[in-house]
Design a protein around this ligand. Structure first.
Ligand code: SIN
Length: 321
C-alpha cells in the first residue's frame, strides 16, 4: 500500500536564506534556496514520501494578500487529496504568526498544516532550519494531528496564541499565557493541549477568495502619548474599510484618537479595539463603543476583520420573510 504523503510548500524566509560568511547570522539574504534544495540536504528525510512545491520565494516581511491567497488555495488543493496526510509550510519568522491565524481561519483543516521557519540562514555554522523542518514533518505525520500549528525550536504553538517575541534567539516564539500546545522531541509529539479546532465562520471568506474577491483595506493605528486623530482622518479620506486600534493596556485609547475613531465609525468604518500589550485579552469596556479583538494581537485582529469584511461583501443578500 502507498504510504500517505506529506506536502512541503516553500515560501522563503531566513530558513531558505544564504550569506557569504558562515559566521554571519544577520547579514544574509532571505529566500535564496528552493524548497527542494533545502530538503535535499537533510539525510533524515531521504526515505519519506514527500511532495514539494515552491509557492513563493519571499522575505516574509513582504508578505501580501496575493501570496496569502495563493498559499491558502494550494493548501486547500493538497488537503483535499486522499493520499496526503498533512502539509508543512516553510515560512519566514517575521509574519509567520499572521499566516498561521489566517490559514486556520480560512481552512479550518481536519489534517495538520504545520508552519516552520528558522532564525539562522541555511549557510550558518549551525543552522536551525533543518531540525525545525524535521520536527515539522514529524508533527504533520503524527496520528491525530490536525489544524494549523507552528513548530519552532522544539515547541508546537497554536495559531491564535503564537507570536514572535524575540528578534534574535532561536527560540523566538511564545504562546504567552496559553503556553505551547506541546513539544516535538526526537520525532515524537508530547501534546499538552488539544489541536486547534475549526471555527464555524471559516469557509465563507475562502469561497470569496475563490471568487476573486478583493481583500478589504484594513489598517492598524496605535494609541500612544501624543496620539491624535490625523492619521485616522487621512485613512478614512483615502477609503479605509476597517481600523484596528492597538490601545494602551486594556485597550484604552488617547481621547483625541478615540474621538477620530468614533467619527470614522459613524462614517461606516469598522473599528476593533486591541492592545499593544504582548499578553492578555482586552476585557469588556463598559461603553461598548468599539468591538473587542479579545485575545487577538493587532496584526491577527486586522486579518480577522479583513476576512469578515471579505465574507460579508460577497455574501448573498438575506431573503425577505
Ligand atoms: C523572514 O521573515 O522572511 C525573514 C526573517 C526570518 O525568517 O527570520
Amino acid at each position: 500500500m502507498n504510504r500517505p504523503k506529506i506536502v512541503v510548500l516553500g515560501t522563503g524566509g531566513t530558513l531558505a536564506g544564504s550569506s557569504h560568511s558562515r559566521s554571519d547570522n544577520v547579514g544574509y539574504t532571505a529566500a535564496t534556496l528552493s524548497i527542494s534544495q533545502l530538503l535535499g540536504e537533510i539525510d533524515a528525510l531521504r526515505d519519506l514520501p514527500l511532495v514539494t512545491e515552491q509557492v513563493a520565494q519571499i522575505d516574509s516581511k513582504d508578505m501580501d494578500a496575493a501570496v496569502w491567497t495563493r498559499l491558502a488555495q494550494r493548501c486547500a488543493h493538497w488537503l483535499a487529496q486522499d493520499d496526503i496526510q498533512g502539509i508543512v509550510v516553510t515560512h519566514g519568522t517575521d509574519t509567520l504568526e499572521e499566516t498561521a491565524s489566517l490559514l486556520q481561519a480560512l481552512l479550518a483543516p481536519v489534517k495538520p498544516v504545520v508552519l516552520t521557519c528558522a532564525m539562522r540562514p541555511a549557510t550558518a555554522l549551525a543552522p536551525d532550519g533543518p531540525q525545525n523542518i524535521v520536527d515539522a514533518i514529524a508533527v504533520a505525520r503524527w496520528p491525530g494531528a490536525r489544524g494549523v500549528v507552528a513548530v519552532c525550536a522544539g515547541a508546537i504553538h497554536g495559531p491564535l496564541d503564537v507570536r514572535k517575541t524575540h528578534t534574535y534567539r532561536l527560540d523566538a516564539f511564545s504562546s504567552g499565557d496559553a503556553g505551547p500546545l506541546g513539544y516535538v522531541e526526537e520525532g515524537g509529539v508530547r501534546l499538552l493541549r488539544s489541536w486547534p479546532q475549526p471555527d464555524a465562520s471559516s469557509h465563507s471568506a475562502m469561497a470569496a477568495l475563490a471568487d476573486g474577491g478583493d481583500w478589504p483595506w484594513v489598517e492598524i493605528v496605535s494609541s500612544h502619548g501624543g496620539a491624535d486623530g490625523r492619521a485616522v482622518q487621512a485613512l478614512v479620506a483615502a477609503g479605509v474599510r476597517g481600523l484596528v486600534v492597538a490601545g494602551t493596556g486594556n485597550g484604552t485609547i488617547h481621547h483625541l484618537l478615540e474621538a477620530a475613531l468614533r467619527k470614522a465609525q459613524q462614517q461606516g468604518v469598522r473599528v476593533v479595539r486591541s492592545t499593544r500589550c504582548a499578553q492578555g485579552v482586552v476585557l469588556g469596556h463598559a461603553d461598548g463603543s468599539f468591538e473587542s479583538a479579545g485575545g487577538l494581537s493587532p496584526v491577527k485582529a486586522r486579518l480577522a476583520l479583513q476576512l469578515e469584511l471579505l465574507a460579508t461583501a460577497t455574501a448573498p443578500p438575506a431573503r425577505a420573510g
